[in-house]
Write a protein that binds this ligand. Structure first.
Ligand SMILES: Nc1ncnc2c1ncn2[C@@H]1O[C@H](COP(=O)(O)OP(=O)(O)OP(=O)(O)O)[C@@H](O)[C@H]1O
Length: 251
């Protein structure tokens, strides 16, 4: 890990509140993500992790609080939501690749449709990102011909190809067997070394430990603890946090 703590702030969440039909889900979440760093969001099922990601990229609107993205309040009504989403690369648990497109065309699609790139330029850019993910030799294959780990590499290449300011991961290893999970842990570790800014929702204790990133522990819609992954797991004095991690270790 070569990340430093001196970087400027890319994303700041201030007092974020979200209710669904009067049911509180986020109860005042604060979070700071410096440029070039990774933050892992962990916590029990239903504590609001995905809701937090969706509020930040305005797939849903928070009830109160602010999201400051490179100094700009993107919760304002006049925010250019399309531009905001272009600055956030999203990597999903189940890859979300188009089955009828090759790995290469899954990556070129956004470059051509959203960026208006020529086919030749899009292919150059896509091949560079696939090579970065060690997937160049599989570029012509369709998702059904790829392993889960390879599909996730293509999904990451697709997100990176759009030159996002930050990558959001929503459970990037949950759909993978242990061997493929380790493969993706290696990829994320490499992105950390490359100073890619990342916000990663995960249940995967092994991922959080291996990456040694900063962990935000969310419970009942609030940040209950924050710190280095290994320190939180081993030394935290809150029994709920210890219970969470010991339960995960057995699963
Ligand atoms: N669109 C919605 N309408 C109503 N309730 C919702 C909606 N989206 C999420 N919720 C509720 O909000 C709570 C938090 O959901 P969320 O998916 O953010 O949790 P999570 O921490 O990501 O869970 P998991 O770890 O199981 O994925 C849950 O009780 C969920 O049922």
């Amino acid at each position: 890990m070569t990340q430093t703590s001196e970087n400027s702030v890319l994303l700041e969440v201030r007092g974020l509140i979200k209710r669904f039909d009067d049911k509180p889900v986020l109860n005042g979440v604060d979070l700071v993500l410096p440029e070039g760093q990774i933050k892992m969001v962990m916590g029990p099922s239903g504590c609001g992790k995905s809701t937090l990601l969706r509020c930040i990229n305005r797939l849903i609107d928070p009830c109160a609080g602010q999201v400051i993205f490179r100094g700009e309040d993107v919760t304002r009504a006049d925010t250019d939501v399309r531009l905001l989403r272009q600055r956030i690369g999203f990597v999903f648990q189940h890859f979300a690749l188009y089955r009828h497109l090759s790995a290469l065309d899954n990556v070129t699609l956004g470059l051509r449709k959203l960026r208006g790139m020529s086919r030749a330029d899009a292919v150059d850019k896509a091949m560079a990102e696939l090579a970065r993910m060690n997937m160049a030799e599989h570029a012509a294959k369709y998702p059904s011909q790829l392993s889960g780990g390879q599909k996730q590499r293509v999904a990451i290449a697709r997100a990176l190809a759009m030159d996002p300011a930050v990558l959001f991961f929503d459970e990037p290893t949950s759909a993978l067997d242990p061997l493929m999970s380790r493969e993706i842990v290696g990829v994320i570790d490499q992105l950390c070394a490359d100073n890619v800014t990342m916000l990663c929702v995960t249940h995967d204790v092994d991922l959080a430990r291996a990456i040694e990133g900063n962990v935000v522990f969310l419970d009942e819609g609030m940040v209950r603890a924050e710190g280095g992954a290994n320190a939180l797991f081993e030394d935290h004095d809150d029994p709920r946090i210890r219970a969470f991690f010991s339960r995960d270790r057995r699963s």
